[in-house]
Write a protein that binds this ligand. Structure first.
Ligand code: GDP
Ligand code: IMO
Ligand code: MG
Length: 422
């Protein structure tokens, strides 16, 4: 039996999961997405080219891999077909390497419209969702109304689609000021269904467990980040799925005792896109500098990402929730020119120092910082841990001591090659 390894984000998403999965893929035969949907944007960079994947697992560029979209994922056929077509145009073979769980739920055009209508109605209190219909689709899944990939094969599919669409159109009457037109969405959606039929629709829980039994190495690729988890994230400013390691169990049909290594990814600082609390956010020129150097603009929506210092209170919390066995630090190079680097080690809440992640994160929370001297040099070319400046090593070793988990991989640039295995 070969246990399945998991890669997931420990912050608010965009930690660099796509890059890490691409780097680790040569050690695996199967790469499997287990939750989320096209709200994700995973970037890969190699041979001077960049790619962004939304639904397709990040192993797709490596020959001989099986890329599996698990039951926990929600799929918009129009978006998935667009992703496949773009990769095919660039000369990649996709459909023979891509398999989809019959139990994955479908994002309907009206789910997207409901997402947009709900966000518009909330005004200033909006979640800042990616408007991909994620929340409404998971609501229909738990409400037991959803349509699944396997339903595409049923002769009743169109009828069931229309029933659910009508239900949504009735729900949209709650938003009388919201106007919409689904004609184009719907055309693309049905064309997308035809395209994705070229992939195998499978009982992926059976396939995954057979791989495990026959010692085939599987890497599960998380989307979003632990602080966006529906249960443990900064609710209600979260996504609608379990982004934690436990989500790999339910999103693929794998028992907890079959999980092996849990790779937890974090940026050397913090970012967040969309609304919601962010204790170490820097709304000043330091945050602006991080955004510019780190190119912190959303891969899916192009929105500015909010930036701030590393938050160890939050990081220790998500390391605990996921049972992280190895840490991976990304975007270390972005801090090359900072004289002083800060890390939040506790929160001051009304004069009291708190070291656990509290129920409510509000403006009363003031981070307590520990300051580090910056390394003030370019580290992008470094490929051996021993060659890093002493200030950099102090930073890494402080983080791993605090978290109680070793930092085993360090990333110093977006390219595959700009990676140090320790
Ligand atoms: P994901 O959603 O977790 O896969 O992350 P995204 O792809 O949305 O965002 C990460 C961004 O950082 C992408 O543009 C990557 O190309 C880039 N990136 C990844 N690792 C590094 C790194 O070590 N240094 C720098 N400068 N950029 C990186
Ligand atoms: P990857 O996989 C960063 C955020 C949205 C919003 C909230 C809810 O690339 O790390 P949703 O559309 O899911 O209902 O939006 O979650 N969000 C992400 N932020 N990276 C992501 O994915 C995200 N997916 C959703 O900005 O605040
Ligand atoms: Mg992303």
């Amino acid at each position: 039996m070969k246990k399945i390894d998991v890669v997931l984000g420990l912050q608010w998403g965009d930690e660099g999961k796509g890059k890490v999965v691409d780097v680790l893929t040569p050690n695996y035969k199967v790469i499997a997405r287990f939750q989320g949907g096209p709200n994700a944007g995973h970037s890969l960079h190699f041979n001077d080219k960049s790619y962004v994947l939304n639904t397709i697992p990040s192993g797709i560029f490596r020959d001989g891999t099986v890329n599996l979209i698990g039951n926990g994922v929600v799929i918009d056929p129009a978006i998935l077909a667009g992703e496949i077509a773009a990769l095919e145009t660039a000369g990649n073979d996709v459909t023979s390497k891509l398999v989809i769980s019959k139990k994955a739920h479908l994002i309907l055009p009206t789910h997207r419209i409901l997402d947009a209508a709900s966000e518009a109605s909330k005004g200033k209190t909006k979640i800042g969702s990616t408007l991909k219909g994620i929340g409404p689709t998971y609501m229909d899944k738990t409400g037991r109304n959803g349509l699944r990939i396997g339903d595409i094969l049923s002769p009743e599919f169109k009828k069931r689609y229309n029933t659910l669409k009508e239900k949504h159109i009735n729900m949209l009457k709650q938003y009388p000021d919201f106007t919409y037109d689904i004609t184009k969405y719907e055309q693309d959606w049905f064309a997308g269904i035809e395209k994705i039929r070229q992939c195998a629709f499978v009982d992926s829980e059976q396939a995954v467990n057979q791989y495990i039994d026959s010692d085939v190495a599987i890497l599960a690729e998380g989307a979003q980040g632990s602080l966006l988890d529906i249960d443990f994230g900064t609710y209600p400013f979260v996504t609608s799925s379990n982004t934690l390691c436990a989500g790999a169990c339910t999103g693929l049909g794998v028992a907890p005792n079959r999980i092996g290594e849990v790779y937890g990814i974090f940026k050397a600082y913090c970012t967040r896109v969309g609304s919601g609390p962010f204790p170490t956010e820097l709304s000043d020129e330091t945050g602006e500098k991080m955004r510019n150097i780190g190119h912190e603009f959303g891969s899916t929506t192009g929105r500015q990402r909010r930036c701030g210092w590393l938050d160890l209170v939050a990081l220790k919390y998500t390391v605990m929730l996921n049972g992280v066995t190895s840490l991976i630090m990304m975007k270390s190079d972005v801090l090359n020119t900072f004289e002083t680097i800060k890390v939040a080690t506790a929160y001051d809440i009304n004069g009291e120092q708190v070291s656990h992640f509290p129920y409510e994160i509000n403006d009363e929370i003031k981070p307590v910082y520990r300051e580090f001297k910056g390394w003030n040099q370019d580290i992008n070319h470094i490929r051996n841990y021993d060659d890093f400046p002493v200030e950099f090593k102090e930073y890494v070793e402080f983080i791993e001591n605090e978290c109680g988990v070793p930092v085993k991989i360090i990333s110093v640039g977006p390219d595959r090659e700009e990676t140090i295995l320790r």
